[in-house]
Design a protein. Structure first.
Length: 131
């Protein structure tokens, strides 16, 4: 008969949050936050630099491949980070399970919808110059 190995309470909790998934969620939220810093700085500086430009000049800027790629990365990081943050708020402050589940589903659906709409708009302008 094999002897059962004893484990301390600390061994049971290694790498696990209270719901056994918190560490991964925390890391992804931090990674998206770090990605958003340079992307937001780039976007803000680009808008400030084009403050006096007309519509055609702005579209010409957005059609550049580098700009389209950075815009898509910004949208993905922004809306994923937002969904993760809002989920934490709901999990912390909504105590009814049904309402909590519905709110989380709506958050993810809304963020996904907004991200897809922004990506499609960016790619549409990037590929043919029209929206």
């Amino acid at each position: 008969m094999a002897k059962k190995q004893r484990r301390s309470p600390f061994d049971h909790t290694q790498g696990l949050g209270s719901a056994r998934e918190g560490v991964g969620h925390w890391w992804i939220q931090r990674l998206t936050a770090v990605a958003l810093v340079p992307l937001t700085l780039w976007f803000t500086a680009s808008l400030i630099a084009r403050a006096g430009d007309d519509y055609n000049a702005f579209i010409l800027w957005l059609r550049a491949p580098f700009t389209v790629v950075l815009m898509v990365l910004l949208l993905v990081a922004l809306f994923y980070h937002m969904a993760l943050g809002l989920r934490v708020v709901v999990e912390d402050y909504v105590h009814t399970n049904g309402v909590k589940l519905a709110a989380i589903v709506l958050i993810y659906f809304g963020c996904f919808t907004l991200a897809v709409a922004g990506i499609i708009a960016s790619l549409s302008v990037g590929f043919d110059g029209r929206l």
